[in-house]
Design a protein around this ligand. Structure first.
Ligand code: NAP
Ligand code: HSE
Length: 434
């Protein structure tokens, strides 16, 4: 029996890195998609900021417009794909599309992490899909597993590398001794970085993804403001070298985990550079690759790995959603995301973890004892210590046992006041040892 053919016209908002790769992929896969699903996907309109720019996308140039509202409202458009980025005007455009009963596919984590709940509710009211597989970890299927396969799983922790640009920069600095600035420039050329790369290097892109993961994995309302964020801009080649000497590498991690805070259950959602043991699987995630560990009470540990940024991998995730949304039009159905509950977000001060830090001190007798005493007063116990002599001073490099963040920060504050301490260098949280 031959499959019923259904024509689906898409309205594309944005034709940059992701939009161009999507148009290429649709062009290449059109026949295969039609054979497998019966869907004949056509592009009805494409909005961009500057219609005069020369473009490589395989598309009739007369379909370009600089009016995204026209795309959303066009009677010829059945599904809206938003790959422009940013909050405004994307929020208004997606809302309008959903109100008009059009399914939306988006890669916009910044928008979903800030206004996801309002948009999911709008999609549910209209009974249409709002799909966003590409918003987290590029080409890796992680949203659908969290929404569907793991919907009943008591998840304990999700941890991973979710920003391709910063992982690329740290890899280049580590393996090739490239400077931060050169590595960032290359990541931008390769289409990994956001239009404003401070979102990547400052940790905010990963924080938006952490908020989305937290909402889906734990069913709670979590937005970007709930995420504790530190980026990688302060990481130096020297830090990377120290980390290696101690058998570690430095990775920007997003971590969402349940914890007890003042006797109540809460969620700790954070993004920061971390020391990762070289033997840990995350240490081998290089370049623009991402990897996400999901730890559940029943399922145990799962790991998702793949390309986390760049046009083709991201377009693959967008196209999967586009086919799903189009099939749902055919079936007159939609996937509801469900309701979110209130959830306690624990402050970073309540975190218990291990720390790496370096202190430059005067090279004289009794110095180590003074530093150890300050740490001891705050209940911070030393796991390992290395000392190296500098010209007129000594550098002490510590890894602590698990300590409470508030106690550790108090110890660092107290160390900074010691007369024998000349400088407190990089401080990093350490994962995966205890
Ligand atoms: P991009 O290369 O900067 O492309 C953005 C596109 O949107 C351009 O075509 C631009 O027009 C258009 N645009 C931007 N603002 C507009 C406005 N106000 N009005 C009309 N058109 C506008 O961005 P991208 O890398 O493709 O990323 C797009 C989205 O996907 C973002 O949400 C991003 O976070 C997300 N994402 C990107 C990646 C990746 O690896 N790049 C991966 C996952 C998710 P012009 O072409 O005329 O400038
Ligand atoms: N700028 C993002 C990154 C794109 O580097 O991971 C993928 O979301």
């Amino acid at each position: 029996m031959s499959m019923e053919q259904v024509n689906v016209n898409i309205g594309l908002l944005g034709c940059g890195t992701v939009g161009t790769s999507l148009l290429e992929l649709i062009h290449e896969q059109r026949e295969v998609i039609s054979q497998r699903t019966g869907l004949v996907i056509d592009v009805a309109m494409v909005s961009v900021r500057d219609v005069s720019k020369s473009r490589t996308a395989p598309i009739d140039p007369t379909l370009f417009t600089d009016d995204p509202k026209q795309v959303v409202e066009s009677a010829d458009v059945d599904v809206v794909v938003e790959v422009m980025g940013g909050i405004d005007p994307s929020r208004e455009l997606i809302s309008k599309a959903l109100e008009l009963g059009k399914p939306v596919v988006t890669a916009n984590k910044e928008l979903l992490a800030a206004h996801g709940e309002e948009l999911y509710a709008l999609a549910d009211q209209s009974g249409v899909d709002l799909l966003f597989e590409a918003a987290v970890a590029g080409g890796i299927p992680i949203i659908r597993p969290l929404r569907e396969s793991l919907a009943g799983e008591p998840i304990i922790r999700v941890m991973g590398i979710v920003n391709g640009t910063t992982n690329f920069i740290l890899t280049k600095m580590t393996k090739e001794g490239m400077s931060f600035a050169d590595a960032l420039e290359e990541a931008q050329k390769l289409g990994y970085a956001e239009s404003d790369p401070t979102a990547d290097v400052g940790g905010h892109d990963a924080a938006a993804k952490a908020a989305i993961i937290a909402s889906l994995a734990f069913g709670g309302r979590v937005n970007s403001d709930d995420v504790y964020v530190e980026g990688i801009t302060e990481i130096t080649p020297e830090d990377i070298e120290f980390a290696h000497r101690l058998g570690h590498c430095i990775k920007l991690l997003a971590i969402v985990e349940k914890q007890e805070s003042n006797g109540a259950e809460s969620l700790c959602v954070r993004v920061h550079p971390s020391m990762v043991p070289l033997t840990h699987p995350l240490a081998n995630v290089q370049e623009s690759f991402n990897a996400i560990f999901v730890e559940g009470d029943s399922v145990g540990e799962l790991m998702f790995y793949g390309r986390g940024a760049g046009g083709p991998p991201t377009a693959s995730a967008v196209l999967g959603d586009l086919i799903d949304a189009s099939c749902n039009i055919k079936r007159s159905s939609a996937a509801s995301i469900g309701d979110f509950t209130s959830i306690n977000i624990s402050p970073i001060a309540d975190l218990e973890t291990q720390y790496f830090f370096e202190v430059e001190v005067e090279d004289q007798p009794g110095v180590l004892a003074q530093v150890a005493a300050v740490l001891g007063e705050q209940n911070v116990s030393i796991q390992s210590m290395e000392q190296e002599g500098l010209e007129s001073e000594a550098r002490l490099i510590f890894i602590t046992h698990k300590a409470l963040e508030s106690s550790f920060q108090a110890a660092i504050g107290a160390l900074d006041k010691l007369k024998i301490v000349r400088n407190i260098g990089t401080v990093l949280r350490v994962i995966g040892i205890d």
